[in-house]
Every structure is written in structure tokens, then in C-alpha cells.
Design a protein around this ligand. Structure first.
Ligand SMILES: NC(=O)c1ccc[n+]([C@@H]2O[C@H](COP(=O)([O-])OP(=O)(O)OC[C@H]3O[C@@H](n4cnc5c(N)ncnc54)[C@H](OP(=O)(O)O)[C@@H]3O)[C@@H](O)[C@H]2O)c1
Length: 275
């Protein structure tokens, strides 16, 4: 039972790799550069947009942890089925069950879900809330001082620890009973951005303050930092309430048997990254 993990150098993929290793399961990590991997996880070089580049590495793979949003996914899935892969756990997002799915973020996740459903492989969709690792977006501000500008200050979000996504993915790919299931995954508690800043400050031993941005300031920052269609989608999620990332689900606990990890835990584990 070998799992291929795509995006293995990223926040979610590296968490899946860690969860596999913690469970003592063998894995292959699709990477584009050298990364440190735990024992039992073998690196595989390839480009997700070019399924040919790693097709040979699909032999002997039982399941794939797959990121959404890449070209030629149908071709990759056909090659996987041909190679004998049985299962796919697709990293989708909360946006696909939003009030409005007419946005650029939901569109690429929905396209990937559609391709996976059509592939004939056993599938599980992982639809998480925003990741706790998004806290790293404050890094530049924290290097400059103790004030953090926070967007959508009134919206509490139950952000999720990437390792909980990893644990659910490993269960979905290695246990029975998760096929044709879409999991809405959340963290344990919904926190406003200022509360998240306070928790980060405690982990770093710093007296951080949150400067709550107005709707207009948030709009300007968002559109300056990413392509307009993604900025507009994010504004739709949190200013217009198109997604609900406030409600807490019990899915992580039900699937993994352990409570979802907290932001306190994530910030303590990752404090060194902020220094
Ligand atoms: N962040 C959130 O709050 C959130 C919430 C819900 C869903 N999601 C979904 O989760 C996905 C992953 O998030 P993340 O935070 O783990 O992202 P990330 O840290 O940026 O990681 C992206 C990973 O994909 C790899 N990659 C990118 N282009 C590739 C290509 N052409 N071929 C092979 N590998 C490629 C990167 O490899 P390199 O290191 O080589 O660049 C990296 O390992 C997002 O794209 C989104 O769809 C995110």
C-alpha cells in the first residue's frame, strides 16, 4: 500500500507525508526540488501539469493525494487507473459548498472534483477551511514590527491544522469506508483574526496587536496582492459571506479518532519560522 503525495513540499502535501510517516506507511513524494523527507518516503520528480513527467512513478501506487487546479488532470487520472491506482483523495476546498460557487477558486476545485468523479477511481474529497499555515502570510509584517494588519476582522474562522488534513487523507487512502464521500474539514474553534494574532503573539513571546482593516483597505490589499479573479473570490467568501468557515464540524475527530489540532499547537510548532 503505497501513497503518492502531490505538492509534497507544500503546507498540505508535507502534512500528508508526515501523517504517512507517522503511521509507518510507505509513500512517494512528488517534488520539483530536493526536500527533506522522513524515512520510508521516497522522492519522485515531476510536474503536475505534465502527467508524462512522473507516469513511471505510478506503478505500485495504491492511492494518490492530489492537489486541484492543474492542467491535464484527466490524463493523469487515466494514467493512474491504467497503472492500477485505486483511490484518490482530492484536496478541494470549502468554496465548492459555498452560497455562490461562481468564482475562480471554486471553479478550479469543482473542475478537479468533476474530473476525479469521472475517472472511475474511488474518490474522497477533502474540503477544508483556510489553513492555520496561512498565518505565515503575516511574516513580513512581523519582521517589521509588532502590528499585524488583519483583513475581514469581524469574520471568525475555524482554521485547520494541515496535519489534520494529512491524517484524514491517510485514512481515506488506506482504510475502507471513505469512498464517494466529501468531507468538510475544520479546526476546533472559530477565531476572529485579532484572536489569532493574540495566540500567535503568545507562542512567539511577543506583544502583538491587530490593526483591523476596513472593508476598503481590505479590498485594496487583496487586489494588490493577487490576480483580480482570486481577490474577488476571497472578498466574496468573507465580505459577502459566500462561504461558511465559521461553523465547526466534527469530521476530523470522526475520521481520525483524535480531536482537531489547535492554533495554539500550530503556532508553537512553527514559532521558529517567525524568528
Ligand atoms: N491555503 C488555504 O487556506 C487553502 C484552503 C483550502 C484549500 N486549499 C488548497 O490547498 C492547495 C495547497 O495549499 P498549500 O498551502 O499546501 O500550497 P503550497 O504550500 O503553496 O504548496 C503547493 C505545492 O504544490 C507544488 N506545485 C506547484 N506547482 C506544481 C507543479 N506544476 N508540479 C508539481 N508540483 C507543483 C509546490 O511545489 P514547489 O515547492 O516545487 O513549488 C508545493 O509543494 C491550494 O492550492 C488550494 O487549492 C488551500
Amino acid at each position: 500500500m503505497t501513497v503518492l503525495v502531490t505538492g509534497a513540499s507544500g503546507n498540505a502535501g508535507s502534512a500528508v507525508v508526515a501523517s504517512l510517516a507517522a503511521a509507518g506507511l510507505p509513500g512517494r513524494a512528488l517534488v520539483r526540488k530536493a526536500v527533506e523527507l522522513p524515512d520510508g518516503i521516497e522522492p519522485v520528480s515531476g510536474d503536475l501539469n505534465q502527467p508524462d513527467s512522473f507516469a513511471d512513478s505510478l506503478a505500485g501506487v495504491s492511492g494518490i493525494f492530489l492537489l486541484s487546479g492543474y492542467d491535464r488532470v484527466e490524463e493523469l487520472l487515466a494514467k493512474a487507473a491504467e497503472a492500477g491506482v485505486r483511490r484518490v483523495a482530492l484536496l478541494s476546498s470549502s468554496s465548492v459548498v459555498g452560497k455562490s460557487t461562481d468564482n475562480a477558486v471554486a471553479a478550479y476545485h469543482l473542475a478537479a472534483e468533476k474530473a476525479v468523479t469521472a475517472s472511475g477511481l474511488e474518490w474522497t474529497f477533502l474540503r477544508p477551511n483556510s489553513f492555520m499555515s496561512n498565518t505565515l502570510r503575516w511574516l513580513d509584517q512581523l519582521r517589521a514590527g509588532d502590528e499585524v494588519r488583519v483583513q475581514f476582522p469581524d469574520v471568525p474562522i475555524s482554521t485547520i491544522h494541515p496535519r489534520d488534513i494529512g491524517d484524514v487523507a491517510v485514512r481515506a487512502l488506506t482504510d475502507d469506508g471513505h469512498a464517494s464521500t466529501a468531507y468538510r474539514l475544520t479546526g476546533p474553534v472559530a477565531l476572529r483574526p485579532a484572536e489569532q494574532v493574540e495566540i500567535l503573539g503568545r507562542a512567539l513571546g511577543r506583544n502583538l496587536t491587530a490593526r483591523e482593516l476596513s472593508r476598503a483597505e481590505t479590498h485594496a490589499e487583496l487586489f494588490a496582492s493577487m490576480p483580480a479573479q482570486y481577490a474577488s473570490a476571497i472578498e466574496g467568501f468573507f465580505a459577502e459571506g459566500n462561504v461558511d468557515e465559521t461553523t465547526v464540524t466534527d469530521t476530523v475527530a470522526t475520521v481520525t479518532g483524535h480531536a482537531p489540532r489547535t492554533l495554539e499547537q500550530w503556532t508553537q510548532e512553527n514559532a521558529a519560522l517567525f524568528r
